[in-house]
Design a protein around this ligand. Sequence first.
Ligand code: KG4
Ligand code: ZN
Length: 335
Amino acid sequence: MTSHRPARCCLGIETSCDETAASVVCDRTGVRSNTVLSQLVHAEYGGVVPELAARAHMQAIVPVVEAALAGAGVAWSDLTLIAATNAPGLMGALLVGLPFAKALGYALDIPFIGVNHLEGHLFALRLGRPQLQPPLLAAVLSGGHTELLVVEDWCRYTLLGSTLDDACGEAFDKAAKLLGLPYPGGVELEKLGRTGREVIDFPVPDPGGLDFSFSGLKTAVLYFLRDHPDAGRADVAASFQRAAVEAITRRIEQAVRRTGLKLVGVAGGVAANAYLGERLAALAQRCGFDLVIPPAHYCTDNAAMIAAAGLERWDRFGPSSLDLPAAARSALGGD
Ligand code: KG4
Ligand code: ZN
């Protein structure tokens, strides 16, 4: 008799910030659906309002999960596992998706797995390249976190550096706000920067070691705009982006030298930035490493990455306890 592992279908649920997302992933990396509802309610406030995010998740969670199942063409009874983000994130937002997933697992009598959101971002790398094998150097660049890690193995990480102040995506969003661009600003700043020239010499942040710091760069943009009210907005965007991206590429180059790793993955919302992708590709060629950046829809928040991480964690550690708490803060690689 040939051994054949039965198909495992994981429903992933992500509600850590302002995206209500659900996805069905079968057998490790087979994404059957990937439903993401980006909450529009925050735009008029220029940033995410936690209370409104929680309420919007409450309204969206059932239709989003139903859409993910319908899109995947699977029935409730086809699901074998449920994974949900339990940390880090906005507490009120986590407290929608997490108990929803636990209750659903309980009702369907299938296991529940809690997933760290940052670990989810790392698994987006494998969705982009199913054959990806650690060890690799990885950077997670999101709106709330900036971490440089060695992925020793799946689910085993060593933290090399992180931001001492603002996260990388946060810096993009703040600079975009200073430029009068709508929230979320990162993608808008990239678009504007494409039309500008890198003529302003903003400082490239460097707090030493393999850590990051972005708050000084944001302040430099603030003062520049105050002192040069007639400056071309596109040039400011292009110059900010050059400095922010250079800070990232420098750190990655240093980390590659230090670790000797020849495989590098970059994930999280900022990894969707095409200019960053171009600079990293040039660096990869110069330093001789293999670069993995997931497709943009797996870089920004989604639940396929949560389901993929859940499937791997299930294989290695089995289910999470139903009393697993939500946590607003949680770094990877510290344990
Ligand atoms: O990973 P993500 O979707 O959510 C968090 O976990 O925070 O990252 C969102 C961040 C936001 O700061 C957003 O402005 C930024 O990623 N971002 C970008 C781009 N697309 C999203 N930043 C620069 N360029 C982009 N194209
Ligand atoms: Zn994220």
